[in-house]
Design a protein around this ligand. Sequence first.
Ligand SMILES: Cc1cc2nc3c(=O)[nH]c(=O)nc-3n(C[C@H](O)[C@H](O)[C@H](O)COP(=O)(O)OP(=O)(O)OC[C@H]3O[C@@H](n4cnc5c(N)ncnc54)[C@H](O)[C@@H]3O)c2cc1C
Length: 403
Amino acid sequence: MVNTDQHDFGKARPHRVVILGAGYAGMSAAVQLAVRVRGREDVLVTVVNAQERFTERLRLHMSATGQSLAELSIAEMLESTSARFVPGRVAAVDADAKAVRLDDGRVLPYDTLVYGLGGVADTAAVPGADDHAYTLSSAQDADRLHDRLSRLGSGTVVVAGSGLTGIESAAEIAEQFPGLNVVLLGRTAPGAAMNPRARAYLRTALDRLSVQVRVGVDVVKVLSDTVELADGETATADVVLWTSGTRGLPLAADAGLTVDALGRIVTDSTLRSVSHPDVYAIGDAAAIRQKYGVMHGTCQGGMPTGVHAALSIVRVLRGKRPKPFRFGYYHTPVSLGRGDGVVQFTHPDDSPRRICLTGSLAAKYKETVTAAPWPTYARMAKLPAAGAFWPRGGRFTRTRKPQ
Ligand SMILES: Cc1cc2nc3c(=O)[nH]c(=O)nc-3n(C[C@H](O)[C@H](O)[C@H](O)COP(=O)(O)OP(=O)(O)OC[C@H]3O[C@@H](n4cnc5c(N)ncnc54)[C@H](O)[C@@H]3O)c2cc1C
């Protein structure tokens, strides 16, 4: 690997923190850390992201259905901080040599790495999904799906996976493309983890949008024009959107970092890799254990992981020990097209509370939540403490001893 860092050998080399991924978690880490070390010559923060524009992953079902999103420039957001932005695609991490290689050959050595490259739809789960199914793992994926949907006119779109991304996508496609027949296939009923009122509302809304819901089904194969189900039946599909499960990129395992069965980096209680403590893992890319179990990928949990990693790095640079990370869920907001939605309020362990919002109020709540991250980064760039508050989960995450 060729070292791209410029050194002035007369000076002590700064501590190099490289943050991979400027998604919800990576941007939180980048802004929080860069502002806190602004003006220090002994710390250099570098942020690498494949796109120059911030990908609002929460809105990818909207861009897949032709709705244009705001142009959010990562470089502009980082301008007022001390971070250096490097647009580029990470090709490999050498966790032993402590260096990141980009696909154009550039190499970025690090002293501390923050790994926030997110996750991708788990198309390896069944044969054919990788070749024939569309996904919503990136802005490019959403553009490809939009291109296909807008040329279709009529036909059937099968959304495989009845989780939150599947529900939101099926509803959005049905609303924006009323000429298409939308089928939502999944093992469990939409909103299975919600309370009965929220679940019933979801079902009624999907019926209103004429989404055909089939539950208790397992897709075992995806072909170019059908999906095969475990019971031997087939379902015709002009387009298959795969939303069933996410997994980490192979990069982490290839780097020799310890990963779980879903390819996510296994962390200790302070978000450091259990195999390589100079690597912090955040957001969807990390398998972070709380008392209630391993966190699942969300923006609500991902942003705090980024902030916590930044605060930990600052503590370690001061010679202190990083603190354990604690997080408790508080809501599950789901859009059902543009004017409708459901918000299930949750206990910190993500189990449903009795209270939920439905209809236009829920749609407004969801929009407020979806729009919140970008202004939060701007606020943090001025006042870092603004990002340092999130629900710690109380007794649901409190442990006697460090995990
Ligand atoms: C349609 C949809 C709706 C959702 N709705 C919600 C919701 O309402 N609430 C909620 O909490 N969560 C929701 N989620 C989940 C949420 O989007 C993720 O949990 C969140 O994006 C995770 O943040 P992250 O920073 O870990 O990863 P990401 O936001 O995916 O960021 C990863 C970043 O890394 C970059 N990257 C990836 N690979 C490379 C590479 N090789 N080189 C360089 N850069 C790379 C990507 O371009 C991206 O910028 C939704 C997801 C989808 C798809």
